[in-house]
Design a protein. Structure first.
Length: 233
């Protein structure tokens, strides 16, 4: 018998592809009282919503061809809709903001280590669960920290690297309220899962894959639901 019960992960249906996936892997679109279709990337907005699991390119094509409007019309059953032409840009901006905000929260919770020397020490001690670098970080610094991480994990020769984040040092510095943030490390597995969950959605939506190696968000049991919800969950 397992030591702890499997955590049920709600599943949602993409209104454009018809495919089901974990709720946390999809993006919720919320419907305002005025019929505006807006991104709700944290799935917290009240009222009606629908889910998509496509890339930005696929979404832009669906908007241009009227497929998104048709899918939403079926989901919302005749409710007047206003789909902004820049919906893809709004979603990407919201995902980037959510990732930056999450990093700030983890820092304030004491889950993030900053500074090359402190990160290297934590990595060699084997307490680093996630290693990230700004998109404009130098290769030498990132490589040395990755090597320290491999040593601490007793994984020399594995090729394990940190993740090149889709945020440059200026964006990371603003998010974390520090000057010149180039590298960061997470020292808690749950915190790493929260960060990589948002990172994965952002990279999927933009059609990219993180460079390096990220901690996967592990889920056990899926519970199927319709493509439309009324509780924002």
């Amino acid at each position: 018998m397992p030591e702890r019960a499997a955590r049920a992960v709600p599943e949602r249906k993409c209104i454009l592809t018809g495919q089901h996936d974990d709720r946390d892997a999809l993006i919720r679109l919320a419907l305002s009282p005025d019929g505006d279709v807006l991104p709700d990337v944290l799935a917290r907005a009240p009222g009606r919503g629908a889910w998509i699991g496509v890339t930005r390119v696929e979404l832009d094509q669906a908007i241009a061809k009227g497929k998104l409007k048709g899918a939403l019309a079926r989901a919302f059953k005749g409710t007047p809709l206003n789909i902004p032409v820049d919906l893809g840009d709004r979603i990407e901006t919201a995902l980037r903001r959510a990732l930056a905000d999450r990093l700030g929260i983890e820092l304030r919770s004491g889950m993030i280590v900053l500074g090359t020397e402190k990160i290297a020490a934590a990595a060699r001690a084997g307490v680093v669960t996630f290693l990230g670098h700004a998109s404009d970080a130098g290769g030498d610094g990132a490589g040395k920290l990755a090597q320290a991480w491999r040593v601490g994990e007793q994984a020399e020769g594995s090729g394990r690297k940190g993740v090149i984040l889709p945020l440059d040092r200026a964006a990371l510095s603003v998010a974390l309220g520090r000057d010149n943030v180039v590298h960061l490390a997470l020292t808690d597995a749950a915190a790493a899962a929260r960060v990589t969950g948002l990172l994965g959605r952002l990279m999927h939506f933009t059609g990219c894959r993180p460079t390096g190696e990220a901690t996967a968000v592990v889920t056990d049991t899926a519970v199927a639901n319709d493509e439309i919800d009324t509780k924002g969950e």
